[in-house]
Design a protein around this ligand. Structure first.
Ligand code: ADP
Ligand code: MG
Length: 595
């Protein structure tokens, strides 16, 4: 049986970062679920009414609370998880302050029904605004149910700060989703006003991600890096992204954390892969020596303090970067199966697998559909519980080698052949990414060796007229510019002279580039970000245009360099560089049976 619930001695209570634990329904939901997790539950069901303000019910199959200890569970600073100040340094449980139930009980009508596995019967405890009203035997299978009604009914001031029922419900559902991603082995359900919002089956991380991200889970790639800091998880491919950071869940030693630096570490791995203002989503777990993590810093335990944060940052960034090198290329047909998957869901209440073709779009041609082979109209090609997209053939950039140019289409697209199928290339995007990568590599090396980056002197200096603030900015940011290979200097009032441009930029129109570079200096951000932005700008100016004719030898070189470029499947602005028309997507598009 688990440890008894005890009142914390005052010196332990004082050592705890105290504060308001329940500020909104979502925080109550989180605390109740965390108690269930601490009790070893394998299944947790959450029911919400009116955004959680009218009613929250959590039911678990965990260790339960002995009847006589129920009143103590709702007492302040009473916990079974901590006995001394020393324990605080090695907290394993999610709770440890003995405050949550007391705080919730103080502002609601609370009922707890619990039975430990070996106990004869369950016990019920009812309190209102912190007063115990009822304590008696009752019936329940082993486990615990907590029902919280009329949250904040006696603290109208708190109610004022809440948003609409709908957004409170959304926040509570998100809290459950985050916990499902944090503890994928536990089965979670969450209903909001009788609508099933989350159902995580209790299995692998991929199962939980499928439950939380729905069909976007097919766009996640696996992160898996060993070492002193173990990093694992599922993160979005560069081709899919979101407008906010809320879709990224970070877990440190089994605890969901909100840590700006760690979010930035994951985002850094995407540098040059996503359009600006867009963010990755997914879940990343880091496991490290518990003595490096201090959880007792924030009242709601939202934040943790990390000793050697820099090391954790580096480990996360490297792990995600390595995973992104394996990202899949957009298949030309990729949108098609997705559409069909959505249709399959609609017809069967969200349970369907991927249906590649349901016969509802017209198919021309002499061959009847379906032909005699194994392909069947409307047959799910994946098992009912498989994730759309997972298990489909994948293509990685390096696997396209050797890439042989066939032609340049009228508008400028390159058509090439690879062992994986026909490949279409956006020559501008591809060239841009090659140059961008080359520019940054040279710049990194130059910074590392303490020299100026390689630059190419212009035959004739370019003199650019700019406004006087631009000349000033130039003075402040000269280091960044030298680190990229620019040779610029003030040249009288309102004039800047350019003697050289980054070597990789070749035959760029220096005057236009310099003017935009000086404009680009205005944007904020740190120096690494600025360097990347200017590298992207330079690459964009120096790259071939989409309509430019490229001779076959140059085409071959471009393709060869592209497949060797890390992260080469998107341009620095996040657009794809290649589209693969593989056998499968061509057959699908032409309505031929799969082989
Ligand atoms: P803490 O989690 O910090 O210990 P709480 O106020 O959240 O404080 O809970 C007080 C105590 O009640 C816990 O230490 C635990 O012993 C018991 N408890 C609460 N919820 C559950 C549950 N779902 N299953 C088993 N025990 C629980
Ligand atoms: Mg707790």
């Amino acid at each position: 049986m688990s440890a008894p619930i005890r009142l914390l001695p005052p010196q332990v209570a004082d050592a705890i970062a105290a504060g308001e634990v329940v500020e909104r329904p979502a925080s109550a939901v989180k605390e109740l679920c965390e108690n269930a997790l601490d009790a070893g539950a394998a299944r947790i069901d959450v029911d919400l009414e009116g955004g959680g303000l009218a009613r929250i019910v959590t039911a678990d199959d965990g260790a339960g609370i002995p009847g006589e200890q129920l009143p103590l569970a709702v007492a302040r600073h009473a916990t079974s998880k901590l006995a001394s100040v020393d324990d605080l340094a090695r907290v394993r449980s999610l709770g440890f302050r003995g405050e949550a139930l007391a705080s919730i009980a103080a502002v609601s009508d609370l009922r707890m029904l619990s039975r430990p596995a070996g106990a004869e019967s369950a016990w019920l405890l009812r309190c209102r605004a912190g007063e115990v009203l009822e304590h008696r035997r009752a019936a329940r299978a082993p486990g615990t149910t907590v029902e919280v009604c009329d949250l904040f009914h006696n603290t109208p001031a708190r109610l004022v700060f809440l948003r609409s029922q709908r957004s409170e419900a959304a926040a509570a559902v998100r809290a459950v989703s985050d916990l499902a991603l944090t503890h994928p082995e536990v089965a979670f359900t969450c209903r909001s006003d009788d609508r099933l919002a989350v159902r995580s089956p209790g299995g692998t991380l991929l199962d939980a991600a499928g439950a939380v991200f729905g069909s976007s889970a097919g766009e996640l790639i696996v992160v898996d890096a060993d070492g002193e800091i173990r990093v694992s998880g599922l993160i979005s491919e560069p081709r899919s992204h979101r407008g906010t950071r809320a879709g990224l869940v970070l877990v440190v030693n089994g605890r969901r954390v909100h840590n700006r630096a760690l979010v930035a570490a994951v985002e850094e791995a995407y540098a040059g892969l996503l359009p600006t203002g867009r963010h990755p989503f997914g879940v990343v777990h880091a496991v490290l020596d518990p003595s490096l993590v201090d959880v007792n810093v924030h009242p709601t335990k939202r934040e943790v303090r990390l000793r050697e944060e820099g090391r954790v940052f580096g480990a996360l960034q490297r792990a995600c970067w390595a995973a992104l090198q394996e990202a899949r290329i957009s298949l030309a047909g990729a949108r098609l199966p997705q559409l069909e998957a959505a249709r399959g869901e609609a017809s069967t209440g969200g349970e369907a697998g991927l249906v590649l073709h349901d016969g509802s779009f017209p198919l021309a041609g002499p061959e009847p559909w379906p032909p005699s082979s194994s392909a069947r109209v409307g047959t799910p090609v994946l098992a009912g519980d498989a994730l759309p997209g997972v298990g489909q053939p994948e293509h990685r950039l390096a696997q396209l080698a050797p890439l042989r140019p066939l032609a340049q289409a009228a508008d400028g697209w390159l058509v090439a052949e690879s062992p994986r199928g026909l490949v279409l290339v956006d020559p501008h995007a591809a060239h841009e990414k090659i140059l961008y990568t080359q520019l940054l590599a040279e710049s990194d090396a130059a910074l590392h060796e303490g020299r100026a980056a390689a630059s190419q002197l212009l035959l004739v200096d370019a003199v650019v007229s700019v406004d006087s603030t631009a000349v000033e900015r130039l003075g402040e940011r000269l280091d960044t510019l030298i680190a990229l290979g620019f040779q610029l200097e003030p040249f009288g009032p309102g004039l800047v002279r350019c003697r050289g441009v980054p070597a990789a930029a070749g035959s760029v129109n220096a005057e236009r580039l310099v003017r935009e570079v000086l404009d680009g200096l205005e944007d904020g951000g740190d120096s690494a970000g600025r360097r990347r932005r200017l590298a992207a700008l330079t690459a964009c100016h120096a790259a071939v245009r989409l309509g430019d004719r490229i001779d076959p030898r140059e085409q071959a070189r471009l393709l060869e360099r592209l497949v060797a470029t890390p992260g080469g499947l998107t341009c620095p602005h996040g657009r794809p560089t290649v589209i693969v028309l593989d056998e499968r997507s061509l057959r699908l598009a032409f309505g031929r049976p799969a082989i």
